[in-house]
Every structure is written in structure tokens, then in C-alpha cells.
Design a protein around this ligand. Structure first.
Ligand SMILES: [Zn+2]
Length: 448
């Protein structure tokens, strides 16, 4: 038995406990959460003036794009996504994607993230997560906007999923992600979801991220429609919104996909999301940076939707820090609604932990500190200038500690970060990813 003592323990499902401890048994499960005085004896680890909380859950990322940090600045969304797709195809081979994913996992761990919900075209994040000992779901992406791509895309998906399944562990599982309504024909969308259901795999999809996406579906116009027509692909007016389409196709009811973004949800979308129990990955920083806007998070929560927080890729966010996404979520919702009580720090921290775990179907194992759950833990030091605060510890974590490195991280009881250092880090890795960023810069210069 290992017993972590800290000034504060934040169970999330109960108020913070001062001078407290969390005990972890040999099976990597939580055996005790409570006062230091009542803690069991065992190997004592004193974290000192720190807050110990459940490991943070990143409900949406693209680990394989970690080398694209800073590569696509100040672009409109359509140019952003087209440049990303071309550069990925021309510059990033599997070895580079894998290294990028490894660096992304290390960055996330250093920020206290223990669970990563990754959507990936290459599948390389699966290996990166397994190697690191982190927890996650790797949703294999599938693309194919033309009807005649249906069979080839499905064959590719089945093959990729089989490859990833061979790597799966009790901590890292496989999912399926039809990318988005403007990159996946609706017949392929239905096939991919039916396949996922047959195989017992979770589904995630980018939904209602941009105005252009709504325009594509509702009016059959705009840059995504123009782009497909230029490739000889027919585009017809199809539905009021991506959520309405998922409802019409039966996908919302059966596959209950994780809906990534939801920036342009209207009241009817929010109603359907809650009605069908589709979880949402809310990505406030990415949505703001790309100029998409702010998702109606308050309305989703009021309707009873399950919501987790995602960073999205560092190509649109530049950092992977879920405590900081919690901070952004509060700031953006208060700015959007003009209400100081739109969202508070306690609720935001819950979204960053238990909300994400629920969104990914992992809440029976992680997301809060409770006896019997897996010991996915993150600790943040409070004995630094930003930690000296007169308010409660949750407000301190969300409003001021956000952005700092975790001092301790465990996944299923195994220490992956200790004393602020990612253990077993490959010292050559940052240099290799930096070489990839150089290659991207060279590629971009050649496009001019
Ligand atoms: Zn994304």
C-alpha cells in the first residue's frame, strides 16, 4: 500500500479535504480517501503543500499532430484544414506521426492528464499511449465524401481497427471516428457506425464546429460544398444541422457518438443531444482561437448533457492543458452570457475530470477519487507564487494553477510523473520532433 499525503485532497465528488491522504493498493486501485489522521499505514509519500486530484481527462485531441504546433497560425478555417491535410500527407510519415504522438502524451502527462481521447488517421497514438502507460481511447478516423468511396473506406477502417486492436490493453482501447459531415458521405457514416456497434467500439465525430459546416449541410453551399463539387462530388441540401442528420440517420440513438465541439448548436440541437444522451467534448480554447465562437455550454449543462473538456490538437490550441481548458470554459461562458454565475470553478473542474470520464464511458474506473476506482491521480504544487491564494483550493487550481506542471501523475497506480518530471522520457524525442517542425517549415516555404 502506498499512501499519498497532501495539504489538500480534491475528490471532485465531495468537497476538498485539508490535511488528507489517498491510499493506493497493489492492484493500482484507490483504497482510502480521507483525513491524514485516519489514513492507513504503508509506504508514505508526502506531497507537501499540494493539491491531489483525479487525473485530468482530455476528451478530444489529435496527438499525431503535435509537430504542427505553430504551423498554421492566423489562417481561416478552410485554409487551415486544407493546409493541415496536405502537409500531413506530404511531410508526416508514420515515424514522424508516432514521435509527435509520443511528445503529445508526454506534454499531457506533465499537465496532469491521465486519459486521452484521441482521434487519429494513422493510429500511431495507440502505440504512444500504450508505451507511456497512459489511459485512453484511440478513435480510428474514416474519410470518404464521395458515394463510390464507401466500400474502400470501410475496408480501410476494418483493417486499421484490426491493427489497433492487436495493440489494445486494459488501459487503451479502440474506437471509430467518422471524421465530419463534410468529409464522410452519409452512407459511409451509417456503415461506420453499424460496424462500431457490431464490434462494441465507441464512436466520436467532429460536429457543428464551424459556420461553414452548417452552411454545407443546410444550404449545400459554402467552401466545403465548393471543394467537393470541384472534385466532381454531388452536394445536396441535407439537414438543418449535423445533430439533426445524426438523429435522422438513427446514429444518435444507436451509436450515441461523442460529439466533438458543438459550437454552432442551436436550441433544437441541445435538446436532441440531451434527449439521445450523446456526450459532448467541449474545446473552448481551440474554438475561440480558430474564430468559430463559443459553444452553448451552459445550455448543454442545463439540459443535462454529459460534457467533457478537450484540448483539440496543438495545431489549433498550441497547448494541451485541461486545467487551463477548465479556466477557459469559465471565462468564455461568462463572457458569452454576461453572467458571473454562468459556470463556476467547481463545476469546471468536474467537467475536466468526471465529466470527461462519463463522456468516454470510463466513469466507473476514473474521474473522481473514490475507493475502488483506479488510481489515476494528479498533484499540483501550491507552494509557489500562483498557489498562494486566499480562496478555496478548487478556485486556486482552476483560476491560477492552470497552466502549471503536475508534480505527480499516476495511472492505475503506476507513477508516470514524479517531482514534476515525466519518468522514462526519451531524451532524444524533442529533437526528433523539432526536426519534423523544421521539415514543415521548409514545406511551407516551398508552397509560396
Ligand atoms: Zn479535432
Amino acid at each position: 500500500m502506498r499512501v499519498y499525503h497532501a495539504r489538500w485532497v480534491v475528490p471532485v465528488v465531495a468537497p476538498p479535504i485539508e490535511h488528507a491522504a489517498v491510499a493506493v493498493n497493489e492492484a493500482g486501485r484507490i483504497a482510502y480517501v480521507g483525513s491524514a489522521a485516519g489514513a492507513p499505514t504503508g509506504e508514505r509519500v508526502d506531497l507537501g503543500d499540494a493539491a491531489l486530484l483525479p487525473g485530468l481527462v482530455n476528451a478530444h485531441t489529435h496527438l499525431e499532430l503535435t509537430a504542427m504546433r505553430g504551423f498554421l497560425e492566423e489562417l481561416d478555417f478552410v485554409t487551415w484544414i486544407r493546409t493541415l491535410t496536405r502537409a500531413r500527407g506530404e511531410v508526416l510519415d508514420d515515424a514522424r506521426l508516432l514521435d509527435a504522438a509520443r511528445l503529445g502524451v508526454a506534454e499531457g502527462l506533465a499537465a496532469g492528464i491521465t486519459t486521452f481521447a484521441d482521434t487519429s488517421a494513422s493510429g500511431t497514438p495507440m502505440r504512444a499511449l500504450v508505451e507511456a502507460g497512459a489511459r485512453g481511447i484511440v478513435y480510428q478516423e474514416v474519410f470518404g465524401p464521395a458515394p463510390e468511396q464507401r466500400e474502400a473506406s470501410m475496408a480501410g477502417l476494418r483493417e486499421a481497427v484490426a491493427r489497433l486492436r492487436a495493440l489494445a490493453t486494459p488501459l487503451v482501447r479502440v474506437g471509430v471516428s467518422p471524421h465530419a459531415v463534410f468529409t464522410v458521405h452519409e452512407d459511409l457514416l451509417v456503415d461506420a457506425c453499424a460496424f462500431a456497434m457490431r464490434e462494441g467500439l465507441p464512436v466520436a465525430m467532429h460536429v457543428s464546429e464551424s459556420r461553414q459546416e452548417t452552411e454545407f449541410l443546410r444550404e449545400a453551399s459554402g467552401p466545403f460544398a465548393d471543394g467537393l463539387r470541384a472534385r466532381g462530388i454531388e452536394v445536396v441540401r441535407r439537414a438543418h444541422s449535423p445533430v439533426h442528420l445524426l438523429v435522422e440517420l438513427g446514429v444518435a440513438a444507436v451509436a450515441r457518438p461523442l460529439l466533438i465541439h458543438g459550437v454552432t448548436f442551436d436550441a433544437s440541437d441541445v435538446h436532441f443531444v440531451a434527449e439521445y444522451g450523446c456526450p459532448v467534448a467541449h474545446c473552448p480554447a481551440s474554438n475561440a482561437k480558430l474564430g468559430h465562437g463559443a459553444a452553448p455550454l451552459v445550455e448543454l449543462l442545463d439540459a443535462g448533457a454529459v460534457v467533457g473538456l478537450g484540448s483539440d490538437s496543438v495545431a489549433s490550441n498550441n497547448r494541451m492543458d485541461i486545467l487551463d481548458e477548465a479556466r477557459q470554459a469559465v471565462l468564455v461562458q461568462r463572457a458569452r452570457t454576461g453572467r458571473h454565475d454562468a459556470l463556476d470553478a467547481t463545476r469546471a473542474l468536474e467537467l475536466a475530470t468526471l465529466g470527461g470520464a462519463r463522456a468516454l464511458g470510463l466513469a466507473d474506473r476514473v474521474g473522481s477519487l473514490a475507493v475502488g476506482k483506479d488510481a489515476d491521480l494528479a498533484a499540483f504544487a501550491l507552494d509557489e507564487p500562483r498557489g498562494i491564494a486566499a480562496g478555496d483550493v478548487v478556485a486556486t487550481l482552476v483560476y491560477s494553477i492552470a497552466g502549471r506542471r503536475a508534480t505527480l501523475v499516476t495511472v492505475a497506480g503506476r507513477e508516470l510523473v514524479r517531482d514534476g518530471r515525466v519518468l522514462d522520457a526519451d531524451p532524444e524525442l524533442p529533437g526528433r520532433v523539432a526536426a519534423t517542425t523544421d521539415a514543415l517549415r521548409t514545406w511551407a516555404a516551398a508552397q509560396r
